[in-house]
Write a protein that binds this ligand. Structure first.
Ligand code: F6R
Length: 244
């Protein structure tokens, strides 16, 4: 794991955007694994700015998102389909047909997950996977568990994740209780992983991810075993880690 320590959220966002745009410049037809949540928004904003300046071109890029709430239609403003268009895809020249998000509107969990696994597998997995980290060490919606998950599957969200996500919903009871998520094994197939963390509420998770034992109880800890994983974290998120 390569840990890049940055000042704050804006610095993290620019560094992450630099890594992603370098990937796209070097391999215009690359595959990117993308995340939602608060953490990558600044990175997406920076990429949009560089796209507008003509510095980066997404015409040939394909994207594969990590997860989606079960039971939300693609046009639901709380869905990750909507989020990705709203914060990123509608502002760049990506071909929407090349963007992929698990189909939360399909109530048949087994079929929806198997279909997404097929899509990601046939794409040959991703060149660069962008991740955020949950306060409990989750990646995607892979929550702490007894075993590491494999392919895309349906999960029951933990009370802590429901609580963390409730800030984005009008009422806590509106937060979906289930989601479809890429599994840990699928995430580990990415050729390169870029995980971002900002803020002291992520400090314990970042410490355990980088310095704790590799355990499904902290799903992100498996990234220690990935041969090409970059952690870009700000000072607050690194406050429990040994100083470099
Ligand atoms: C989102 C995702 C989640 C988030 C994590 C952190 O697609 O996969 O694992 O990355 O919950 O969320 P934020 O960035 O909102 O703190």
């Amino acid at each position: 794991m390569k840990i890049v320590s940055v000042r704050d959220y804006d610095d993290m966002s620019r560094k992450a955007a630099n890594i992603i745009s370098a990937q796209v410049i070097l391999e215009p037809a690359c595959t990117l694994g993308l995340a939602t949540g608060t953490t990558p928004i600044g990175c997406y904003k920076q990429l949009i700015k560089w796209y507008e300046k003509g510095d980066v071109d997404f015409a040939e890029v394909s994207t594969y998102n990590l997860d989606e709430y079960r039971g939300l239609t693609h046009s639901d403003p709380q869905s990750y389909h909507y989020f990705m268009r709203d914060v990123f895809f509608d502002h760049i020249n990506i071909d929407l047909a090349r963007t992929h998000v698990p189909d939360g509107s399909n109530p048949d969990a087994e079929a929806a997950c198997a279909e997404y696994d097929r899509i990601v597998r046939e794409a040959g997995y991703v060149d660069l996977q962008l991740l955020g980290i949950g306060r409990n060490g989750h990646i995607g919606f892979n929550e702490p568990d007894e075993v590491f998950s494999k392919g895309t599957h349906c999960v029951d969200l933990t009370p802590s994740t429901i609580e963390a996500n409730s800030r984005l919903f009008e009422r806590a009871e509106d937060v979906p209780r289930q989601a479809y998520t890429m599994g840990v094994q699928t995430i580990m197939q990415a050729r390169r992983i870029l995980i971002l963390a900002s803020g002291s509420d992520k400090a314990q998770a970042v410490h355990d991810m980088c310095y704790g034992p590799v355990t499904p109880n902290v799903p992100a800890s498996i990234l220690q075993l990935h041969t090409n994983c970059i952690v870009v974290a700000d000072e607050a998120a690194l406050e429990l880690c040994p100083k470099a």
